[in-house]
Design a protein around this ligand. Structure first.
Ligand code: G3P
Length: 218
């Protein structure tokens, strides 16, 4: 399972990359706005800065929602760096654009996915990645993990190449459950990645080892 970080914050990206476990980065317009990056040129420079930090797939989202606009913007984003993956919303023109990108060698991440039916459409169009939003499904009292398991099953049964990129992850257990369900990728906030380290018995055990070493060695 690949680990992506879901942020546009360069310091967080550097911190995750320094762990040696990072395979890529996902961003979205909200995450860009959160770090105060605005304006077409600044946004594109920010993507380039991310590509300098992480040698892995970097999702850059289009703002256009019409077919011609998505194609134009996606081509420009893909030209920024070979590692850029064009993130396209799960809408009718988005799926049509994903088919065009697939046929023209541009990799895509189909985002804002909330159902298995949408997952089938994106896979049929040849999306490289599919981003179901687990946390937002949990937020409305449905089960996001059920959707991940259902999509993984469908893709396996039918041999679709599209990789399931579990998004909207809110805690470390989401990551563990995605691993169990067979997600290809998880994209997580830094806090969820850091949460994986935590176990009180590790802390207690380490403190005991160090105390015993000190007692024996002075
Ligand atoms: O990048 C898309 C997704 O991960 C957003 O997460 O927490 O805003 O639902 P969230």
């Amino acid at each position: 399972m690949k680990f992506f970080i879901d942020t546009a914050n360069l310091e967080e990206i550097k911190e995750a990359a320094a762990l040696g476990i990072l395979d890529g980065v996902t961003t979205n317009p909200s995450l860009m706005a959160k770090v105060g990056v605005s304006g077409e040129e600044n946004i594109r420079n920010h993507y380039k800065a991310i590509c300098e930090i992480v040698d892995g797939d970097i999702s850059a989202e289009v703002i256009a929602t019409d077919y011609d606009g998505i194609i134009r913007e996606g081509k420009e984003l893909a030209a920024l760096h070979p590692n850029i993956v064009v993130k396209v919303p799960m809408i009718k023109d988005g799926v049509k654009a994903i088919r065009w990108f697939t046929d023209n060698g541009i990799r895509t991440n189909c985002t804002l996915v909330f159902s298995a039916g949408q997952a089938i459409l994106a896979a049929k169009a040849g999306a490289t990645y599919l981003s179901p939003f687990i946390g937002r499904i949990d937020d409305i009292n449905w089960d996001g993990m059920d959707l991940i398991a259902q999509i993984v099953h469908i893709y396996n049964v039918h041999g679709f190449d599209t990789q399931v990129l579990a998004a909207s992850i809110r805690n470390p257990m989401h990551i563990v459950k995605c691993a169990e369900a067979g997600a290809d990728v998880v994209t997580c906030p830094l806090s969820s990645i850091m949460g994986l380290f935590k176990h009180p018995l590790t802390d207690i055990g380490l403190a005991q080892f160090l105390a015993d070493h000190k007692k024996a060695n002075g």
